[in-house]
Each structure stands twice: as C-alpha cells, then as structure tokens.
Design a protein around this ligand. Structure first.
Ligand code: HEC
Ligand code: HEC
Length: 607
C-alpha cells in the first residue's frame, strides 16, 4: 500500500471532523454545500438541471435533469441527498448526488421556490410562491405532512436555531416569523386579525427572494430592491438594499427593528443593481452579497450594532448575472454561481482571488436568446449609463413586479410577459408594435442607456426598429420567449362553479368573449371600457388594449391603472355602468363563478 492514499484518507477525516456544521441548507439558495464539505450543488434554471461539483478536484461530477425551472436546493443533513424545488413542474425532487438518481418526485400544490432542511435532514421546509404557503416534507417517506397558508408570494426561507422559521414575501419584502411545529405566525401585528407582519419594510420594498440568518446573534439579512413607482427616472426609481432585521423577541420597540442598508452608497458613488443573495461566514463576521444586475459582489464586515450593521470591506467583479453565494464551513472559501455564463467560481476569502472556476451546464437555447437574456438582466452599459436599473428590475424572470408605475402617460400596471409573442400590440395603450421599440425605453430618462441601435430610434408605431441591431433583435427574441404554465386552479379540471362561470363568460349577455377571444383571450384591439376616467394623469386613454386573461389568477392588481385589487373588483366596482362587458345583472354568486373560471386560465400549458 502506498502512503499517498493513507494521507489523503487522513486529510479527509480531518476535514470531515472540522467542517461538521449546521449551516448546510439552513437558508435558501440556488446553491448548497454538503455538510462534509466535499460537494457543491447548484440548480440551473434554464437547463432544468442540477449540477454536482466535487470540490476537492474542482470537477463537475454530473448534471442531473430535474424538470422545468428548478430554484432552491438543500443538502439533507450529512448525506449527499439533495432536495430541489422544481418551480414550473410543481415538484420537490429528492436527488442522490453520488449516483445521480432521482429518488423521489414529490408533487406539491404550486410554484415551490425556497427550500431549507433541518440540520439532521429529517424535515424539509418549502415556500410555495403563488399559493402563499409554507409546507413541510418528510424526505424519507415523501409525505407533505404540514401545509400552512402564510402570506403573499413567499420566497426566501431560513431555519433559525431558535425553532423559528423566517420567510420573505417576494413582492412586499416583508419578513415573517413562524413556529416550526405549529406554523403559527409569531410576529403578527397585535390587534390585526389578518396576517400582518410587523417586520414589513416600506411599501416600496420589493423583490426579496432570500433571507440569511446570523449564526450567533438574532439578525436576519434580506437582499432586496426598492421600487419607487412615483419616479419614472433612472436616478430615482430602483435602489439596491440589504435590510437587517433584529428578531429578538424582547427587542426595545422604541428602536428600529428593521434597518435598510443602502447598497448604492455603500462604496462611495459606485452603484450596484439587483441584489439577489447574501451569505454569512460561519463566524458571523463577514457577509457576501451578489448583485445580479451589475455583476458585482460586496464583501461586508458585519458590525451587528443595531445602527450601521454592515461596513464595506471589499468588492469584486463577477461573471454574468450572479445569483447565488455560499461560504465553506471553515470560512476559507466562498463560491459564486454566475447564472448566465453557467459557471461556479470559488474564491479565497483572505485574498478575494479566484481559486477555481468550473462550467456547470450549457445554455440550452439559441445564442441570440442568450444574448437577449443577458441584455434584459444587465444594468451595465449600453442598457443604462448609471447602473441603477435593468429591464428585469421590473420584469423579474418575465413576471410582473405587482406594481403600478406613474409613467409620463399615466398610471401603468406592470404586465407579465407571458405569451407576449402572441399578444402584440404592446403596452396598455398599444403604442408599440414590436419589442424592438423598447429601444425607446432604453434611451428614455428611465434607463438612460446609450441604446442598441445606431442613429435615431423610430417611433413605436412608425417604421420598424427590428432588423437594425443584432442585440436589439436578440432582446426582443428573449422577451417574446415566455410561455404560460397551466393554472393551479385547472389541475383537477374545472369545478362546478368554474363551469357555470365559463357559460357566463361565453354568453351573449355578458359579452366577455367578444373582446377576450381566441386562444389567448384577446382580440388584440383597443376598446373604451369605461376605465379611462379614474386617473387624472392619464394622457392616452380612454381606449386600452384588450389584455390576455391567461394567468390573471396571479397577476393582481388589475387594469391599466392597477386600481382593481381583485378580479371581483374588475367586474363590480370598476364596472358600475356595464361598459366593460355586462355584469350588473349578475348575482354575487354568479360573479364568483365568473371569477372562478378566470382563475382557471390557462387550462393547460401553452409553450
Ligand atoms: C421601472 C420599471 C420598468 C422597467 C425598468 C422596464 N419596464 Fe417594461 N413595463 C413596465 C410597466 C409599468 C409596463 C406597463 C406599461 C404600459 O403598458 O404602458 C411595462 C410593459 C412592458 C411590456 C409590455 C407587456 C405587454 O403585455 O404589453 C414589455 C414587452 C416590456 N415592458 C419590456 C421591457 C423591456 C425590454 C425593458 C428594458 C429595456 C423594460 N420593459 C423595462 C415597467 C418597466
Ligand atoms: C369591449 C371589449 C371588452 C369586453 C366586452 C370585456 N372586456 Fe375585459 N378588458 C377589455 C379591455 C380593453 C381591458 C383593459 C381595460 C383597462 O385596463 O383599463 C380589459 C380588462 C379586463 C381584465 C383585467 C385584466 C388585467 O390583466 O388587468 C379582466 C379580468 C377582464 N377584462 C375580464 C372581462 C370579463 C370577465 C368580461 C365579461 C364580463 C370582459 N372582460 C368583457 C376589453 C373587454
């Protein structure tokens, strides 16, 4: 027997001994490290796969197909098993990293996003985004043994050592705290029967997809942005933040429990955009934050002083669209996942120098769509000069941001981009006929970019802007690439109420289908449905482009001005004079039936 293997074994044993930690899987991320420190796993949203990296050799061990749009992942305890949230398939898959086998595919209600596993790997907690739920899974039996309705669009999740679960609401940025056994909300506003978290940020806080906890003190760190909808100007609409929440129960409420640390003034005047994830070192002294819009990292010293909280300690330029960061158990290395050049890069924490870089997957679509996606996500020139904002700041992953912006032409609710290819013309006022016309947005005061074509940009309805720049055509191709997935309300077929609603929808009395016609439920035409008078700042009304009704179950608020909070409002309070279809003769039960039908759209996946 040669001595080398023995040495290797001894070293491994030593490493195995020192890296025993409770961190693996405790806060949600798109990347995780196994407890023994040997494997790194990351989920690849575009490829629909999970990649496993051997950290000692720095090699890709395998890539495992898991389904459409995997998001959060977590190693289970000290095993090499991984739980992965397969967002678009509504499945939590359990994977064996060593064999590459998919051990289980556990069906969940809808949109699993964040995953965190208890340190012993016996329980897996998952946030279900659209249904607004937190579920608990037993990974051994595959049973979903708890399901709690907890809030609005939950995404981020972290398990505290105090037996509490922390969850972020994606669109509001609020932090919720739950009892891990009963699912009871612990930080409910006293005197408010609704789920009304006390640790909400301001109304402007948005896109909080992750939360990380300090290993020793009662602090939660939430990377998010702030969307100031009253300012359609690049220098004042989108801001990057890390919010720090003191979760101590006995906190002195006269002090500020939740503080926002502004990331755009953190390093002098150096602007960063779209904070995506953060990770703390195991000793709690350092925080690493990735900014997916500007491809930056900030290394921050954690002050934990209930005042400044974080101090700038170093900066790094990363690869394209960094979306995840994790720190090794001994703190000596950290790893970054660059989602749009498909690499995982390891850095030495002391020198901040890269020590390994590895390609973890291949882009599965055309080169042009990749180029378009990079442009859509970046806040770097030529899309903007000032680096504050990207298309994805308001249209994250093609979804809406749930907000209504005060644009120069009036109030405008952000639309999802699902099925955009089939629903031209574009914008509520149909003032654009091709996505290439967003060259106007790129050059506008909102984005202040140099733009992608040479020479003057054509008006939205005049000569085409298509064919004038490869980049702009690519941006259009990506923007047009989003399909619809089946509504969760259609999974079991239409219930009786929805069937009655369907008959009402297609009846000549209500007239809904006259305008909301065809596969996409739109005639692609402009109509005055009596909604134009509500907004005094409106410049283009009173006619608006008939919107698609597919996926309205998850796109509140409604109408161009966002003044209808619910679908019932669209059909009742916002349609008092029967100019938007005829609804005044409907009983409340019939309105409910109609809404039940709308919620079930699309009835099936539409690529
Ligand atoms: C500050 C937030 C914000 C930014 C940044 C932004 N948008 Fe929008 N987007 C909106 C809002 C609000 C609307 C609805 C406006 C309207 O219809 O008049 C919209 C509408 C759209 C639509 C129309 C969807 C439909 O169904 O008609 C497309 C396409 C679009 N944006 C693409 C882009 C692209 C491409 C970029 C980057 C160049 C971008 N947006 C940047 C907020 C934003
Ligand atoms: C005359 C054409 C027309 C008819 C008839 C019509 N709609 Fe609409 N619908 C529109 C237009 C135009 C808008 C956009 C209005 C706005 O944003 O101010 C709209 C908006 C909506 C929205 C909001 C969608 C969103 O994403 O915000 C819903 C829901 C809706 N209609 C459902 C219905 C139902 C149900 C009926 C039948 C009772 C109906 N519509 C009848 C043209 C029509």
């Amino acid at each position: 027997m040669s001595r080398l293997p023995l040495l290797v074994v001894l070293t491994l044993l030593l490493i195995g001994g020192t890296v025993q930690t409770a961190y693996a899987g405790v806060s949600n991320s798109l990347m995780d490290l196994s407890q023994d420190g040997r494997l790194l796993a990351c989920s690849n949203r575009d490829s629909g796969s999970l990649s496993i990296v051997d950290l000692e050799s720095g090699k890709l061990l395998r890539e495992i197909r898991v389904g459409r749009h995997p998001e959060g992942i977590a190693f289970l305890g000290d095993t090499h098993q991984i739980a992965v949230a397969v967002y678009a398939d509504d499945v939590v898959a359990i994977i064996d990293a060593d064999s590459g086998k998919v051990l289980k595919r556990i069906a969940v209600e809808d949109e699993p996003y964040g995953i965190a596993a208890t340190p012993d790997g016996q329980q897996v907690y998952v946030t279900l985004e659209f249904p607004g739920k937190l579920i608990r899974i037993d990974p051994q039996s595959g049973a979903v043994d708890q399901s709690w309705t907890i809030g609005h669009f939950p995404r981020g999740i972290a398990l505290g050592t105090d037996g509490h679960i922390y969850v972020t609401e994606y669109l509001s940025g609020a932090l919720l705290q739950f009892d891990s056994q009963t699912g009871q909300v612990l930080n409910r506003d006293p005197g408010n029967a609704e789920i009304q978290p006390r640790w909400a940020g301001t109304q402007e806080d948005s896109l909080a997809r992750q939360v990380a906890l300090h290993p020793r003190s009662n602090k939660a760190y939430i990377p998010h942005q702030r969307s100031r909808v009253t300012v359609a100007h690049g220098a004042g609409s989108i801001f990057p933040y890390i919010s720090v929440v003191n979760t101590q129960p006995e906190f002195d409420e006269s002090k500020k429990r939740r503080r926002r640390v502004q990331m755009d003034s953190f390093r002098g005047t150096y602007v960063v955009a779209n904070p995506w994830e953060v990770a703390l070192s195991p000793d709690g002294n350092w925080l690493y934050a990735v900014f997916s819009g500007t491809d930056d990292m900030f290394v921050c010293k954690v002050l934990d002083d209930d005042y400044r909280e974080l101090e700038y300690a170093g900066g790094l330029r990363l690869g394209s669209n960094p979306r995840a960061v994790r720190v090794s158990a001994d703190g000596s290395r950290f790893y970054v996942y660059n989602a749009l050049d498909f690499t995982v890069v390891g850095y030495d924490s002391a020198t901040l120098k890269p020590v390994m870089s590895i390609e973890v997957t291949q882009w599965p679509h055309s080169e042009d769509i990749l180029l378009g996606k990079k442009l859509f996500y970046t806040a770097n020139p030529p899309m903007t000069q000032q680096r504050w904002i990207s298309c994805s700041s308001c249209h994250p992953d093609g979804d809406a941001d749930g907000r209504t912006w005060q644009n120069p032409e009036g109030l405008r609710n952000t639309q999802p981009m699902l099925g955009l290819k089939h629903t031209h013309p574009i914008h509520w006022s149909a003032d654009r006929d091709e996505v290439q016309d967003f060259e106007i947005t790129i050059r506008s005061p909102l984005m202040q970019g140099r733009g992608l074509i040479r020479g003057p940009v054509h008006d939205g309805l005049a000569d085409p802007n298509a064919g004038r720049s490869r980049e702009l055509d690519a941006l259009a191709e990506y923007t047009n690439s989003h399909g619809f997935t089946q509504s969760p309300f259609a999974k079991q077929g239409l219930n009786e109420s929805a069937q009655r609603g369907k008959a009402l929808f297609f009846s000549s009395r209500t007239r809904c289908a006259e305008c909301h016609s065809g596969t996409y439920f739109t005639d692609l035409k402009m109509h005055d449905v009596g909604t134009g008078g509500a907004d005094p700042s409106e410049k283009f009304g009173p006619e608006f482009d008939t919107p698609t009704l597919l996926s309205v179950y998850r796109s509140a608020p409604y109408l161009h001005h966002g003044q209808a909070a619910t679908l019932v409002d669209v059909l009742t309070t916002q349609n008092s004079d029967d100019r938007h279809g005829v609804t005044s003769h409907l009983s409340p039960a019939q309105v409910a039936d109609l809404v039940e039908f709308l919620k079930a759209l699309p009835l099936e996946d539409l690529p």
